[in-house]
Design a protein around this ligand. Structure first.
Ligand code: RUQ
Ligand code: CUA
Length: 652
């Protein structure tokens, strides 16, 4: 115990030394970029970037869209968090997106975006991302750049080894970081060992519309499942998950989960389990999870509560689950483009361990086992080992690939990216990062066909890289040119929230499908108004429904009377514009809500409960024309007992 504490302290001390010397070193490492490098990131005014980067917003719960190589931020897409900027999670149409089995949950911690693939190549249709805290997986459309679907993941807690997709987007996979009692029950925390379970969920994706459905969950031993990646090419059909805390400790994990010399990578033959399940295998377990789907035609989301999920015990399907010993509390689990190499980034290990898929199959066939854990065979470490990169750095976290036989690994403690060669395991280059890098991304770097021109590192500590902004700084990414033998630092750019990972893709694959407007002729919102003739106000008890339109530069109607204190007013507003990039906003004084930002052709609803007698204005929040400041209206609010009838007008 003493010894373990000591080594943990030693690592902390090393970390401190490294960060401080980064500081002292700074002048020699920055500011000296050649003008050649500046040209490489210069995108002239009006020109477009060559790549999109979708960067997770971490504890913002959202996803941000950037351009590469400029590092310019284009958009924040709301996913798991309410977003007052456009009313996501505030409007009646989008509130159902944030429903869960715990009720309305307006926030999450988003981690790992992954772009859909066909035959192992990025196809640019959707981005998936996981909510870590209240386990959920979201699907975002890359035509509308809006969140279209969110599915909750039951029996999971700390949905971290997610959301990675198989090579034809057959499944998006979600694994639990925290093991928990399954099903949940009231037991002592001390009874963790042997009683808690780690659910690995395989969520099927409908190839046409992308709709998600939990096909099955594998109930694994109570380890922590940290990250995962699919097999590809020859290893398609398998999925790999790193584990730590194979000690199954339930307290002071920084010490107690660092005891085993090796933890495991769990190898799951999902094809085999899929077949078992298709033949009726597994057990339906009662549970509750929300499935929320947004419809582009009705412009409305619906939430359905599902009541059961199919679970599979690994011992039910012989030959489907194996454990590969991997030093030492591995974090990232990365598979190279060919599908042969599986990299286990052992956080506390001196060397970087790479497993061979071919040797794994051989070890399984010849039963080169080193024991078992909860009846799951443990493969012989040497029997599966492809090789290791000797002492490449301190604290490896994640690895990506350039498609030219090279791998790039981030080292948190020594704060650097190290380039090494697959097969020979030799280190080719290393470059410092400022500071303490977590994930890195190469466009397509976790697919069969990476686009190995750029790599960017996402750093956890920003410190002195930018002008200070008080005690808290935004995190910082650094873009490198990796087209040559040596990596070249090109650019620093700030990121939003804490980016845990990013998915990036050449712009051509996405940009031509990007939607410009929603057609009014296809608007199926039940409360739409497509012309002045459709506008009206309907009272239903204390509920008042306003069917309103907006177009440059007025609302119809813009004068409303007959609303009373104690009413609930629903403004159903349709934006009649059919031009690209002409949204209108809607804000109502005293609304305990947010604004609505309504895209051309879309209908949105804001709820307002007037509290005070008077005449109250509303207005458009988005400067939409020279007469934007004229885009306004009034609602007269009378006392609760008033007998003023509803009336409305425009231009009278
Ligand atoms: S984590 S810094 Cu959420 Cu992906 Cu590794
Ligand atoms: Cu519409 Cu400003």
């Amino acid at each position: 115990m003493k010894k373990i504490l000591k080594s943990t302290l030693a690592i902390v001390a090393v970390f401190a030394v490294f960060t401080s010397c980064n500081n002292a070193d700074k002048s020699s490492n920055s500011g000296a970029l050649s003008s050649n490098n500046a040209e490489k990131v210069y995108v002239a005014p009006g020109e477009h970037d060559s790549h999109y980067a979708f960067i997770s917003g971490g504890y913002s719960g959202n996803l941000t869209v950037y351009g590469l190589p400029s590092g310019r931020m284009f958009k924040e897409i709301p996913v798991f968090s309410q977003f007052p900027t456009n009313g996501y999670g505030y409007s009646e149409e989008t509130k159902p997106m944030l429903e869960t089995s715990y009720g309305f949950v307006p926030w999450d911690d988003s981690h790992h975006p992954d772009i859909s693939q066909t035959k192992g190549k990025l196809d640019g249709r959707w981005v998936f991302i996981n909510g870590n805290n209240t386990p959920r997986i979201a699907r975002i459309s890359l035509t509308t750049f809006e969140t279209e679907e969110i599915i909750e993941v039951p029996n999971s807690a700390g949905n971290h080894s997610s959301s990675f997709i198989t090579e034809n987007t057959e499944y998006v996979v979600a694994g639990t970081r925290f093991s928990v009692p399954v099903p949940q029950k009231d037991i002592s925390i001390k009874d963790y060992k042997g009683n808690f379970k780690g659910a690995l969920s395989f969520i099927s994706v409908d190839p046409e519309h992308g709709h998600m459905d939990i096909k099955f969950q594998v109930l694994m031993p109570g380890f922590n499942y940290d990250l995962s990646h699919p097999g590809r090419g020859k290893s398609h059909g398998w999925f790999f998950f790193t584990t730590y805390n194979t000690e199954e400790a339930n307290s002071l994990l920084e010490v107690n989960a660092s005891q085993n010399d090796k933890d495991f990578i769990a190898a799951i033959n999902w094809k085999k389990i899929e077949e078992y399940v298709n033949n009726g295998g597994g057990t339906m377990m009662p549970t509750e999870y929300a499935h929320n789907v947004y419809d582009d035609d009705t412009h409305t989301a619906t939430s359905t509560m599902k009541k059961e999920v199919r679970v599979v015990n690994p011992t039910e399907v012989p030959g489907a689950v194996y454990l590969i010993p991997t030093p030492k509390s591995p974090h990232g689990c990365d598979v190279d483009p060919s599908g042969e190499y599986i990299v286990g980034n052992g956080k506390l290990s001196a060397n970087l361990t790479v497993h061979s898929f071919t040797k794994m199959l051989d070890a399984i066939k010849n039963e080169k086992f080193a024991g078992e854990a909860y009846d799951i065979p443990i493969l012989n470490f040497e029997g599966v080992l492809a090789g290791s990169v000797e002492q490449p750095g301190l604290g490896p976290l994640h690895t990506e690939f350039d498609g030219k036989g090279n791998a790039y690994t981030t080292f948190f403690i020594s704060s650097e990216v190290v380039k090494w060669k697959l097969g020979t395991w030799e280190v080719i280059d290393r470059k410092p990062t400022y500071y303490s890098v977590g994930h890195l991304t190469i466009p397509g770097g976790n697919s069969a066909e990476p686009f190995g021109k750029y790599m960017f590192a996402m750093n956890k500590i920003t410190k002195d890289r930018y002008l200070p902004t008080g005690p808290e700084m935004e995190h910082s990414a650094q873009l490198y040119d990796i087209s040559g033998d040596k990596m070249e630092l090109l650019l620093d750019f700030p990121t939003h929230g804490e980016p845990h990972y990013a998915a990036a893709i050449p712009a051509e694959i996405v940009k031509n499908n990007s939607r410009k407007i929603f057609k009014l002729s296809e608007n199926e919102h039940p409360k739409k108004a497509l012309s002045d003739a459709d506008t009206k106000i309907v009272r239903d008890g204390k509920n008042v429904h306003v069917y309103m339109t907006m177009i440059r530069s007025h609302f119809s109607p813009d004068n409303i009377e007959g609303v009373k204190v104690g009413d609930k007013v629903f403004f159903h507003i349709t934006n009649l514009e059919q031009d690209f990039d002409v949204p209108h906003g809607f804000a109502m004084i005293g609304a305990r809500n947010a604004e609505l930002l309504i895209a051309p052709g879309q209908t949105r609803t804001l709820t307002w409960e007037p509290q005070k007698v008077g005449v109250w204005p509303f207005y458009c929040t988005d400067f939409c024309s020279a007469l934007h400041q004229e885009m306004q209206g009034y609602v007269r609010v009378s006392p609760a007992n008033s007998d003023i009838e509803l009336s409305w007008s425009l231009g009278e």
